[in-house]
Design a protein around this ligand. Structure first.
Ligand SMILES: *[C@@H]1O[C@H](CO)[C@@H](O)[C@H](O)[C@H]1NC(C)=O
Ligand SMILES: *[C@@H]1O[C@H](CO)[C@@H](O)[C@H](O)[C@H]1NC(C)=O
Ligand SMILES: *[C@@H]1O[C@H](CO)[C@@H](O)[C@H](O)[C@H]1NC(C)=O
Ligand SMILES: *[C@@H]1O[C@H](CO)[C@@H](O)[C@H](O)[C@H]1NC(C)=O
Ligand SMILES: *[C@@H]1O[C@H](CO)[C@@H](O)[C@H](O)[C@H]1NC(C)=O
Ligand SMILES: *[C@@H]1O[C@H](CO)[C@@H](O)[C@H](O)[C@H]1NC(C)=O
Ligand SMILES: *[C@@H]1O[C@H](CO)[C@@H](O)[C@H](O)[C@H]1NC(C)=O
Ligand SMILES: *[C@@H]1O[C@H](CO)[C@@H](O)[C@H](O)[C@H]1NC(C)=O
Ligand SMILES: *[C@@H]1O[C@H](CO)[C@@H](O)[C@H](O)[C@H]1NC(C)=O
Length: 502
């Protein structure tokens, strides 16, 4: 009797959980009982029916692998019982290579916090006998991928190795990981914001979080359904667990796809999980000046930037890395507010002021609509073909007439001024053309050399509410004593407040 039951129980392994229910009909199971000449006891029959019902009601019955079913059966804590997510619940997998690490590590080291952030940079081979920098993430050497197929004529086989980082990271079996976060060696993560954004989602469910490319041509060639790898993406633990099971087979099935991120998305698609798009992840698939992109950030926390070696330095007159370091210090002063926009009118002078906190301020000597102010200046071209678009967001052209452009101020420095408030100072920026508008209304603006922005720390609770742009007001007296400076206060909007010209 027990033998017969075991033959049912144990087609693969010694556990009920291994039953391939989709392939074995209940009638066949009954037949097995009969074949074994059993007078099946009611007890066993009931047990069997019970387990059948139970297993069919499990959402993961399609898994024929006991390891994945096991996790479903495991009791799961509800989110209420769990402490809030912090940086140690993230496990990073950075796609690197020995040849590029020495230059790219400048970007990783901007955000990597030794002893705090967890994860590895994955290399193509051992880095030799030179000392590995202590400021770098620790490294691991990826497994041999020569057995896998790669048939994309214009791509690189390294895509296979990078795609497998999520699997190799998972298989390290590190404790207390809620999210596996993948990125490139030139991805800059804003980790506090990343934690804040990911904590919106229940890490006990299967989530795949990331963003698209800014260049439509890239989304067409690759996929709109995909989280682009350079901008980085996060895979929750339960999704990683299902993904690693099918990943290797999947990599061969999608051998013709160019990128590691395409292969990952294809495999996740087989599981049926969809990308959850978060617009704070930035692939930065553009060429030229990133000014327009950064000065019109969507109303979400800044999570990542990528490709910073392929665009102009984000602040003028600095090296690329120094410029990113400057943005990092801004972000460290008030992470939630970095790049957040705010528009206000100075009705005594009929000026429009547009703040992009921690980055730039624009002043127009006229009252412009919010719809105009919120649209990105197209200071860049598309990634692949260097075209004028299209992009996945609306852009407005940059006029060559200086009287059509705002007067621009770039961040000089940010200070904490106590009471959880910051003061950020922006200095008048003269563009390289040297052209200035001689019209009287412009000249009055051009007298202003500095914009002083006061703001309370944007607490993370604000990001748990429906997204709303911050409001601002021009502070009284700022045109009195010192015509060189105007002061602006950023704050949450009041009820029934809107930026509406009189
Ligand atoms: C089940 O998972 C184990 C460990 O991950 C793996 O070795 C095995 O090949 C998997 N079996 C199937 C049928 O996918
Ligand atoms: C993160 O939260 C865990 C509890 O889940 C705690 O043990 C750990 O100390 C926290 N880490 C940090 C860096 O706050
Ligand atoms: C690495 O080892 C080789 C020989 O084993 C030696 O010639 C070389 O100087 C070493 N390099 C460093 C950076 O230690
Ligand atoms: C990878 O595996 C192949 C055989 O599958 C072998 O020929 C090759 O030498 C291996 N490469 C490394 C770096 O171990
Ligand atoms: C790899 O490609 C070769 C040639 O197209 C094919 O014969 C082989 O079956 C493929 N291997 C896998 C694992 O798909
Ligand atoms: C650029 O930086 C250098 C040195 O930091 C400084 O001397 C120069 O005035 C700066 N140029 C501009 C246009 O700000
Ligand atoms: C501001 O504009 C309004 C209407 O456009 C006009 O009536 C008013 O005189 C202007 N004020 C100043 C200070 O220019
Ligand atoms: C700053 O914020 C923290 C936490 O939000 C709060 O505990 C503290 O009292 C605040 N400090 C001041 C001076 O307002
Ligand atoms: C500026 O002064 C006006 C009245 O004189 C007042 O209504 C307004 O609230 C003041 N604004 C600020 C930012 O202090």
């Amino acid at each position: 009797m027990s033998c017969a039951v075991d033959s049912v129980r144990d087609p693969f392994n010694n556990s009920w959980k291994t039953l391939r229910f989709p392939n074995i009909k209940p009638s066949e199971l009954l037949l097995l009982f009969l074949k074994a000449g059993l007078a099946a006891s009611t007890f066993f029959l009931i047990t069997l029916v019970f387990h059948l019902t139970l297993s069919y009601s499990q959402p993961h019955y399609h898994n024929n692998n006991h390891t994945s079913v096991k996790y479903v059966v495991q009791p799961q804590k509800t989110t209420q019982e769990q402490p809030p997510a912090n940086i140690s619940h993230l496990f990073f997998g950075i796609g690197g290579s020995v040849a590029t690490w020495d230059t790219r590590r400048q970007y990783s080291e901007l955000w990597w916090r030794p002893g705090v952030t967890r994860g590895f940079v994955w290399l193509d081979r051992h880095p030799g006998n030179s000392t590995w920098p202590e400021t770098s993430p620790p490294y691991k050497v990826s497994g041999n991928t020569s057995a896998f197929n790669y048939t994309c004529s214009y791509g690189s086989r390294s895509a296979i190795r990078i795609a497998r980082i999520v699997k190799e990271s998972f298989e390290l079996g590190v404790e207390n990981v809620r999210w596996f976060v993948m990125g490139d060696d030139d991805t800059v993560f804003f980790t506090d914001n990343l934690v804040m954004v990911l904590s919106k989602y229940d890490h006990n469910e299967m989530y795949y979080v990331g963003g698209n490319s800014e260049s439509v041509e890239q989304d067409v060639i690759h996929f709109y359904t995909m989280a682009f790898g350079g901008g980085g993406f996060a895979i929750s633990y339960p999704l990683a667990k299902e993904l690693v099971r099918i990943l290797d087979g999947c990599i061969d099935r999608y051998a013709e796809f160019y990128g590691s991120d395409q292969k990952i998305q294809s495999c996740i698609s087989e599981i049926g999980v969809q990308v959850t798009k978060e617009p704070g992840f930035h692939q930065v698939d553009i060429h030229g000046s990133p000014y327009g992109l950064l000065a019109s950030h969507p109303v979400v926390p800044l999570v990542s930037l990528h490709h910073l070696d392929y665009v102009d330095p984000i602040f003028p007159n600095m090296t690329r890395v120094e410029a990113v370091r400057k943005l990092m210090t801004t972000y460290e002063t008030d992470s939630g507010r970095a790049l957040q926009k705010s528009f206000c009118y100075d009705l005594r002078r009929n000026w429009s002021v547009s703040v992009s906190w921690g980055y730039s301020v624009e002043i127009y000597p006229s009252l412009r609509t919010v719809k105009e102010l919120e649209m990105a200046f197209q200071t860049f071209r598309t990634w692949r073909s260097w075209s004028d678009g299209p992009f996945t967001f609306n852009t407005r052209p940059v006029s060559s007439d200086p009287c059509e452009k705002p007067v621009v101020y770039m961040l000089d420095r940010v200070l904490n001024v106590g009471g959880n408030k910051t003061r950020s100072i922006y200095r008048r920026h003269r563009d390289s053309s040297g052209n200035v508008c001689a019209r009287e209304d412009y000249v009055r603006v051009s007298v202003v050399q500095y914009v002083d922005v006061y703001a309370p720390h944007l607490i993370s609770e604000a990001w748990k509410k429906a997204p709303r742009r911050q409001c601002c007001e021009i502070m009284n007296g700022s045109d009195g004593m010192d015509k060189n400076v105007i002061s602006v206060k950023m704050r949450g909007c009041h009820r029934f407040e809107s930026v509406t010209p009189p």
